[in-house]
Design a protein around this ligand. Structure first.
Ligand SMILES: [Zn+2]
Length: 266
């Protein structure tokens, strides 16, 4: 999902000018499904950007006053985290906002808007969203997105020499993490990975299909504001998720047999 805040779209440009004076470490990374990604920034810098972006979010939006809602979102998240590769110390916050939105950031930060809970109506549907958002981070989409934007804005050649970036890039990147849309391929990859994570945690992966049916219904035939034109259509997404169920249902059934039966209630 994507946060639309246009005033930030301009703010990072000033940071990029500073970034132009420095040089970026150029590297390529490979996503879990084998795609090559441009990497102009290190994991440490990406973490810093994510943490800064999350701090800005907390300054802008109130965390919900409902302890029950916070506990519910934490419960779903905590059930998924053991099945996420890498770090285990993710922080999740539930923000009070009518927007149907959620996000995850490098540095292990997750945000869920209370508006999402009107569309992600069950623990399994919420798990589908959280798994999807975390997958964007695990698959390196955030880093690739910021790197591609830097390359585009600066005309940085992949072959250019590089020695590190200044602090202003962190602020610019933090804003980019929050405003740049994911590509369709990123969305599809996160749908698949997110479905695996939730299934391994014992959440029913069929709920991912229901979630997008709810999204389509909530959108009333339009793409909701949160979703840019780069997102797959609801129909395509639902079809692809249905196909992926063949791979995720066995993971889910195995998880249930192993006693992984999450029970998160609002
Ligand atoms: Zn997404």
């Amino acid at each position: 999902m994507q946060i639309e805040r246009t005033r930030w779209a301009n703010r990072w440009m000033s940071g990029l000018v500073v970034a132009a004076a420095t040089a970026a470490v150029v590297a390529c990374a490979t996503s879990p499904t084998g795609r090559n990604q441009l990497r102009l920034i290190s994991d440490a810098q990406l973490t810093e950007m994510g943490v800064q972006a999350f701090t800005e979010m907390k300054q802008e939006l109130p965390v919900t006053q409902s302890a029950a809602t916070r506990r519910y979102v934490e419960c779903v998240t905590n059930n998924i985290l053991p099945f996420i590769p890498g770090r285990t110390d993710w922080e999740v916050q539930t923000f009070e906002s009518d927007q149907v939105n959620a996000f995850a950031l490098p540095g292990g930060k997750i945000g869920v808007y209370t508006g999402l809970l009107k569309v992600a109506k069950t623990q399994d549907q919420l798990a589908a969203v959280i798994g999807h958002e975390i997958a964007h981070v695990i698959a390196g989409h955030s880093g690739a997105r910021v790197s591609n934007q830097i390359a585009t804005q600066l005309g940085v050649s992949v072959l250019s020499a590089a020695t590190g970036v200044g602090g202003d890039l962190i602020g610019a990147g933090a804003n980019m993490l929050l405003v740049l849309p994911n590509s369709r391929r990123d969305e599809s990859e996160s749908d698949i990975l997110g479905m695996r994570y939730m299934a391994e945690a014992g959440f029913n992966p069929a709920a991912a299909v229901q979630l997008w049916q709810n999204m389509a219904a909530a959108a009333g035939g339009r793409s909701p504001a949160e979703f840019t034109s780069t997102h797959p259509s609801h129909d395509t997404r639902i079809r692809d998720l249905n196909a992926e169920l063949a791979n995720s249902m066995p993971l889910y059934e195995r998880a249930r047999r192993a006693g992984r039966t999450p029970n998160c209630r609002r």
